[in-house]
Design a protein. Structure first.
Length: 322
């Protein structure tokens, strides 16, 4: 058999496996789990996938202008508010050399902070930018939502509720508790047979949303003990969502750059130009003298979202060593 045919068959199998199914030949909707306020009882199933994401959107009620204006998230050409970091390989789950403009922007802010004589206001703005650019680690996990274990199966235009796994996002705060449960129990709590339900609490610590997690306790026995919840035959028969495929999509760097607030985009582009310009010079001059490319990103942009923040100038000097 030719390898070409094998390749195609493998591809078909892979594509088929990546499409979540819930009985029937339709597709599934409503697979993304949202943590609600208070307790959420869930059963983690199978391995998690580590992702690195950037949050781009403004949060007006907190006075956060975000990295992009709200227009970027509306209309035909909209981008998601949370994107995958392009410097993260979602298949290998490790860092890669990518062209992530958000990480680059964060690095530039970091560099600019090291320059002499920056004003306090500018420093604050750069520190904020640097924080906003940080990639967040999030774990994606197939779960059974104990309160609402249903997803929507769409087939021939008809929707019906079927039992199904949802994909939950676990941040590092909840993870530290969940990791503690793993350690405490001493076994894989996501195991189909030996695993147990956990409660994830979404609350508020006064300044921000906070998460905690604990094992569900069976109080009907003495002493109360963690309740092992083997998956039922029906639950075991369900297909796990292919998280790497579903959550591994990425947006082109150019679209991300286009969506940035104008001052941020200019800050990024001026510095990228400065680097490009210095390339041929690097070849021409073999000397060791240090050239300072003044990338005065005088991106004085009035607040494009009217939030009264970051109205000032963001500028930097980039040192380029020849
Ligand atoms: Zn990134």
């Amino acid at each position: 058999m030719s390898t070409g045919i094998m390749g195609t068959m493998d591809k078909i199998r892979k594509l088929r496996a990546s499409r979540p199914k819930g009985g029937g030949n339709g597709r599934l909707k409503g697979i993304f789990h949202q943590w609600k306020e208070g307790d959420n009882e869930v059963r983690l199933v199978g391995p998690f996938v580590e992702t690195k994401t950037h949050f781009l959107a403004p949060v007006p009620k907190r006075g956060e202008r975000g990295l992009c204006g709200s227009a970027a998230f509306n209309g035909d050409d909209k981008i998601p508010q949370v994107i995958n970091c392009l410097n993260w390989d979602s298949k290998l789950e490790e860092e890669k050399v990518g062209q992530c403009p958000i990480c680059r922007l964060g690095d530039l802010a970091h560099q600019a902070l090291k320059e002499d004589g920056i004003e306090e206001k500018e420093k604050k703005a750069l520190e904020k930018l640097r924080r906003d650019c940080r990639a967040r680690t999030q774990l994606k996990w197939n779960i059974l939502d104990r309160e609402d274990p249903y997803v929507l199966s769409v087939s021939d235009g008809n929707e019906r509720r079927v039992l199904g796994y949802k994909i939950a996002t676990v941040g590092m705060e909840a993870w530290s508790d969940i990791e503690g449960i793993f350690d405490q129990m001493g076994f894989d709590i996501s195991d189909p047979e030996e695993g147990l339900d956990i409660t994830v609490n979404r609350g508020h610590n006064g300044t921000r949303v906070s998460y905690s997690a604990q094992a569900c306790i069976d109080t009907s026995v003495k002493p109360p003990t963690a309740k092992v919840t083997p998956l039922t035959v029906e639950e075991k028969a369900l297909t796990l969502n292919d998280i790497q495929v579903i959550c591994g999509k990425s947006i082109e760097a150019s679209r991300i750059i286009d969506a940035l607030h104008e001052d941020y985009r200019e800050f990024l582009e001026v510095n990228m130009e400065a680097e490009t310009v210095s390339e041929p010079e690097r070849k021409k001059e073999s000397g060791t003298d240090q050239k300072v490319v003044e990338a005065a990103a005088a991106a004085v942009v009035a607040d494009d979202d009217d939030d009264g923040l970051m109205g000032g100038t963001v500028s930097t000097r980039t040192s380029v060593k020849n």
